[in-house]
Design a binder for this molecule. Sequence first.
Ligand code: ADP
Ligand code: ADP
Length: 223
Amino acid sequence: APPLVIEGLAKTYKNGFTAVRDVSFTVERGMVLGLLGPNGAGKTTVLRMLMGLIRPTAGRITAFGAPVGPGAPVLADIGAFVEGPGFLPHLSGTENLRLYWAATGRPADEAHLEEALEIAGLGDSIHRRVGTYSQGMRQRLAIAQAMLGLPDLLVLDEPTNGLDPPQIHAMRDVLRRYAAGGRTVLVSSHLLAEVEQTCTHVVVMHHGVVVATGSVEDVIAGG
Ligand code: ADP
Ligand code: ADP
């Protein structure tokens, strides 16, 4: 089964505002798929539904053949990054990740930890106190945290927020390296250039609906 199938997804919030309507797309293995749209397009709403944080008003989400959402068991093969989490500044990068893993109740897997840190490209800084990290390094650490169990589907909501262009460019290597070997990445962004640089495929959202889907070449370059 594909890593992710979204069918007829809709969300109307309690205040009556419909943020997402009739969204359907499929994410195939090995894709780095960019969910692209301006602020307010509904990207975060879609990602929060697929992480089971909020309940869809309509539609269906299936990850690796299993239903996703509130009430469904959280799938171990989905890793998610929503916003820069609060790391403890007086601990090192590795110490923060070990602590996070201990808090999830999973046994620490040193091989996974090393691979996640390696892909995130933190280098020797992982042994320094997080309090000394730049914004870009914190983002990389947050992404390493989402990668910890080496989930088959990695979901990242605007991971490059606050990064400068060279750091955004470096993110391309991080995400492509993660997807190499059959893993899959779903990443949201409001920057077309960033999706063009980073992703293999794109779903474009506007005012809560999908307005284009396809390979980055077809949708953006061929645009
Ligand atoms: P639901 O209808 O899924 O129960 P809620 O209306 O309870 O969702 O809101 C969920 C969360 O989103 C709350 O923490 C709320 O503060 C926040 N929220 C409310 N309105 C907005 C908005 N316009 N944009 C972003 N977040 C919002
Ligand atoms: P994006 O991630 O693309 O910026 P969002 O999914 O955060 O878009 O928001 C889509 C729309 O839904 C926005 O107009 C936002 O104000 C609204 N919204 C988000 N959360 C809530 C909420 N809890 N209650 C009401 N409206 C919300």
